[in-house]
Design a protein around this ligand. Structure first.
Ligand code: GLN
Ligand code: ZN
Length: 767
């Protein structure tokens, strides 16, 4: 009997309800009780929406107030000492402090690091382990939710993050040791969790082990066997889920683990099916992840139906159907969309529509005749019109790609020779100070933009208002004494959306929000066709900003790889090709900026690293086309024009050669939370170009002191020659308040000044 389920559901809410209540709570506008009440309601509504979609099993435990990995840390009582957690259960206050670094008692305490969840744009809170880490069941959240769902009559399948993935994702603190040493201890707490779940009378537990799609060291593979032998039990069935790729070398391991079911991702790893059918013991459930949980295109139901039928014919395993991974990574529903072109909308499926697809498949398996009815017919029509649509083909774009296939991607001079030209042009002090681009987006600015969007104010009024914002940002930066200014990005809602809206071949939903971290959401562009630029996108703002100041104004662009990685990308052609189309459009923008007198152009590639394939053997190919795309964008300028790039959350160790090949004159990176550790890679590699390691953690409301920043830069100077260093925050400042930003930047400029004195006094050479 086929069962349907999902691995997880978006939690932010159809109207971003979770975002709104979280932010209201953080700014003390609502109480904890109010927060929890609203959040619980949202969670229950989501269960019901899934039940209404016809799912047989309702997943419980995927809902979170911030992040599921942080929830796991709370459940396991893995709370870093600095948060002074001494109670039985982890309080909400401690929970949010770990995520956000807010102080409870007025004292600053740094938040836990945050990093990307596999190759998605979702960020999780990194667990921290000390050598003698203990674990202890410290949260009832999961059990309470399960009880509640059971009471409501759902057929419940709780989800937990598996012990090995949890360990893998965590970070070792205070000296080196093997994380696997903690496994036995950790498993005891997992046993406690499973005991509690079993007491609740459940049949199935979903246990996520996405690291099974990575290249795992031998000892981790062995640890899988040990761990699952230890936690297996007769009274509770474990559904081991893998996603985001092919099991490859871990396939036999995953098939053989003592669990009752295995979920595989057939979108990212379609070829593993044959082998899984060969190796999975037939008494186990096989859950087929056949609906894309990472993208928003409708499935071809006929194709899927025959796939599932052929699987059923070949195995006596019970087959389940599900999306490939949690639906956390796609928006809620298309229901409220009004503005999408009807042509395009019919090609799409968000979470609820995906669940409907699963349900259709299930019904068709029970009764074939359904495939002759309306929903199947519409699905067939959508598949066909998309293939044949004129909307997705642009001859000019295709021709340009062919005509300019051999474009030289090399700047005329190499960095060493460009550098003096740029120095002459820009005349910057030692340790130049700058920011990453955006300034706080006040309610006023957001409203103003919104009003323009819905046609409440004219283009003229809008332009004037935005110019005022730019002027005010420029003034503030001059007053602060920053060396390289930015226009502040007030006109941009989001660094990718802004460009997506102006590029042809790209469209937007109105409500297609996806959680990025905590309460932060993004609305990824939908790249449905060939991409091109019809007119300049940023030159007006940058040019205006430059006209207000003598200081150099950085032009601010989002790079092609980031646009690609943060979009829902068409799945009917190679991603590399789509990326190259975007690159040509941005290249034209770079040249227009230069033409308009902008001497520094920053091309943000915040998402370059997260686009890395999860398997190392696929890296080279990706890096080759990704770096080529960046060079295509940046290599057309004169040597005296300074190209910056910016990256966040990046761990550079293993992609240093590629970073070097980008040949940006300056790279700014995220380092403040990790104590400049990232710089080891640059040092080891003898990175020749200039670097701005972030000295101000912009993800936390803390204002760093002059002293803290001085220390960080001194730390940086241990790795990088002083004359190659820039001083800047970790990332853009749009989510912060002006109050924090002005204090922090004033401190940052003072820190740079102090260090210049220190450098000229000669002390920098002795220490
Ligand atoms: N220029 C962008 C900003 O400052 C960069 C954001 C990012 O890297 N995520 O907002
Ligand atoms: Zn950034």
């Amino acid at each position: 009997m086929i069962k349907t389920h999902s691995l997880g559901f978006p939690r932010i809410g159809e109207n971003r309800e979770l975002k709104k209540i979280l932010e209201a709570f953080w700014s003390a506008k609502i109480t904890e009780t109010m927060l929890l009440e609203s959040a619980n309601k949202l969670r229950v509504d989501h269960w019901q929406a899934q039940a209404d979609s016809g799912l047989d099993l309702i997943t419980v435990g995927d809902f979170s107030l911030y992040d599921q990995v942080l929830d796991t840390s709370a459940m396991l009582g893995c709370i870093p000492e600095r948060f002074e957690h001494h109670e039985k259960n982890v309080s909400l206050e401690t929970y949010f402090r770990m995520a956000r670094g807010c102080s409870a008692t007025g004292e600053d305490v740094s938040a836990c690091e945050m990093t990307k969840w596999f190759d998605t744009n979702y960020h999780y809170i990194v667990p921290e382990f000390i050598e003698h880490q203990t674990f202890k069941l410290s949260s009832d959240k999961l059990f309470d939710e399960v009880e509640e769902a059971l009471l409501k009559g759902y057929c419940v399948k709780p989800v937990i993050l598996g012990p090995l993935t949890y360990l893998w994702l965590g970070q070792v603190k205070g000296g080196f040791f093997n994380k696997l040493n903690l496994l036995d201890n950790l498993l005891k707490t997992y046993e406690d969790i499973l005991n509690r779940l079993s007491d609740l009378g459940l049949e199935w537990v979903q246990i996520d082990e996405p690291i099974l799609v990575l290249d795992l060291p031998a000892e981790w593979k062995a640890a899988f066997e040990r761990a699952y032998n230890k936690i297996q039990r007769g009274d509770l069935k474990l559904l081991l889920t893998t996603y985001f790729g092919d099991l490859s070398d871990n396939l036999r391991l995953a098939c053989d683990l003592p669990v009752s079911g295995l979920h595989i991702d057939l979108i990212r790893g379609p070829n593993q099916l044959e082998k899984v059918l060969d190796w999975l013991p037939q008494y186990k459930v096989l859950s087929l992840g056949i609906i894309d949980g990472r993208n928003i295109w409708k499935s071809d139901l006929d194709k899927l139906l025959s796939l599932v039928k052929s699987v059923s014919d070949r195995t006596s395993s019970t087959v389940w159907l599900a999306p490939s991974c949690s639906l956390l990574h796609v928006p809620f529903s298309l229901k409220r969309e009004q503005k999408l072109s009807k042509n395009i909308q019919q090609w799409l499926a968000f979470s609820l529509e995906k669940l409907a697809e699963i349900n259709l498949l299930k019904t068709a398996l029970q009764d074939e005749r359904i495939t002759e009815q309306e929903p199947f017919r519409l699905n067939r029509l959508a598949t066909k019109t998309r293939e044949e649509s004129m909307l997705i083909h642009n001859e000019q774009v295709q021709k340009r790609l062919i005509d300019e296939a051999d474009l030289n991607l090399q700047r005329p001079l190499d960095f060493a020779a460009r550098r003096p030209l740029q120095q002459k042009e820009l005349d910057l002090p030692l340790l130049p100070t700058t920011t990453i681009g955006s300034f706080p987006q006040t309610v006023g600015i957001r409203h103003f933009r919104q009003r323009y969007k819905i046609g409440e104010i004219s283009t003229e009024t809008y332009t004037l208002g935005m110019q005022q914002a730019v002027a005010s940002d420029v003034k503030k930066q001059e007053a602060l004494g920053l060396d390289v200014l930015v226009h502040g990005e007030a006109e941009r809602n989001d660094m990718v959306e802004y460009f997506g809206e102006q590029l042809d071949g790209v469209t937007f939903s109105q409500y297609g929000w996806v959680q990025s971290y905590g309460s932060r959401c993004v609305k990824p562009p939908i790249i449905y066709g060939d991409v091109s630029r019809s007119k300049p996108m940023t030159v007006g703002w940058a040019g205006y900003a430059q006209s207000l100041t003598e200081k150099p104004m950085k032009g601010m662009l989002t790079g092609p790889v980031t646009i690609l990685n943060w979009s829902f990308v068409r799945d009917d052609q190679d991603r590399a090709l789509t990326c190259r189309q975007i690159a040509f459009a941005i290249r034209d923008e770079v040249l227009d900026l230069e033409q308009a007198g902008i001497k520094i152009i920053q091309i943000d590639e915040a998402a370059l690293r997260e686009g890395l394939p999860l398997k190392k053997r696929e890296w080279e190919k990706y890096l080759e086309w990704a770096i080529d795309a960046f060079r295509l964008v940046s290599s057309g300028v004169q040597d005296k024009t300074q190209i910056h790039t910016h990256m966040c959350y990046s761990n550079f160790n293993d992609i240093m050669q590629a970073i070097k090949n980008m040949d940006a004159d300056v790279i700014t990176i995220e380092t403040a939370r990790s104590d400049m550790k990232l710089l080891n890679a640059f040092e080891a590699f003898n990175y020749p170009n200039e670097i701005g390691p972030g000295v101000y953690d912009i993800h936390s409301p803390n204002v760093p002191s002059v002293e803290q920043m001085v220390q960080l830069i001194k730390l940086a100077a241990k790795h990088i020659p002083l004359e190659n260093l820039w001083v800047n925050p970790d990332c853009g400042l749009k989510t912060r308040s002006w109050k924090e930003v002005e204090l922090a930047l004033a401190n940052m400029v003072s820190a740079a000044n102090e260090l210049r004195l220190w450098a000229s006094s000669g002390d920098s050479h002795v220490s």
